[in-house]
Design a protein around this ligand. Sequence first.
Ligand code: AHG
Ligand code: MN
Ligand code: MN
Ligand code: MN
Length: 335
Amino acid sequence: MLKKNKTLGEFIIENQSSFQYSSGELSKLINALRLAAKVVNHEVNKAGLVDILGDAGDTNIQGESQQKLDVLANEKFIQTLKNREIVCGIASEEEDDFITINSNDENHQNKYVVLIDPLDGSSNIDVNVSVGTIFSIYRRVTPVGTPVEMKDFLQKGSEQVAAGYIVYGTSTMLVYSTGDGVNGFTLNPALGTFYLSHPNMQFPEEGKIYSVNEGNYVHFLQGVKDYIKYCQKEEGDRPYTSRYIGSLVSDFHRNMIKGGIYMYPKSSIAENGKLRLLYECNPMAYLAEQANGIASDGFGRILDIEPTELHQRVPFFCGSRKMVEKLHEFMAKNA
Ligand code: AHG
Ligand code: MN
Ligand code: MN
Ligand code: MN
């Protein structure tokens, strides 16, 4: 039986006045993302039936081979945002440069820029494992009525006004925050409606799950190696459980619900790790902090990093407060 939950549409309207800047523009933008999420969800769900699995034959600016669904999800999100004339600029993992939106309103009155990882967990697409979308929203710093500039996108994560993700999993969920806690909405596919299913999501203070690509262990810094050994040690409530999907959104989502730590450290073969500061780490860090968790690069707060380029990578550690604090102890000891 369906619980009598609020719909996302109702929730957005009810919470509009609590936004820091309540002109209604941010609400419209979240609505546009909600629509794009449904479109991409529809595509992801039929991926095995139509010819959208596999490699698209191109490489993105990160040097990764693009999957057909990476390209499709990118197109759908950008098109939906463009059609609704609701943002002044978009940056995406799959685009070399940021996109300037010429709103129909000749004066370019839109204030917000969106940064997206349209399809997170690409390597899971072909094997029917959960993938996601990540989004991050900022107010532009350049004046409205002018084309956006790089500095509108290279803002510190602490300047985000909203961030969220969609996880295309056993259910499709949209999880987001506008700075007043984190709320999760589950899609009822029959109705095409998101319902508030996970109000006020919080990382448990302590957790028992660690998530890291342990295949890279030999390349990690000593602090990370020591922390992993700590997780595996038989003592107290340890050893912890190891869970790694290889899709940041899904790993984060599980850890936020169950308690855990996600790690993508730098290594001797990837000097800044793999994850992108602007499309992956900042939005997830914003959500983590809103949900009583911590997100760091192993030493300091992710949200305080001053970005220098669009596709910048950064080491990423995120999750339950006590687990990340323990990791920090090991990192500091070996610094
Ligand atoms: P994307 O599919 O958007 O390029 O991101 C992939 C990321 C992230 O989702 C995941 O946690 C990580 O890459 C997995 O990397 P490894 O395969 O190196 O573990
Ligand atoms: Mn990618
Ligand atoms: Mn990603
Ligand atoms: Mn991606």
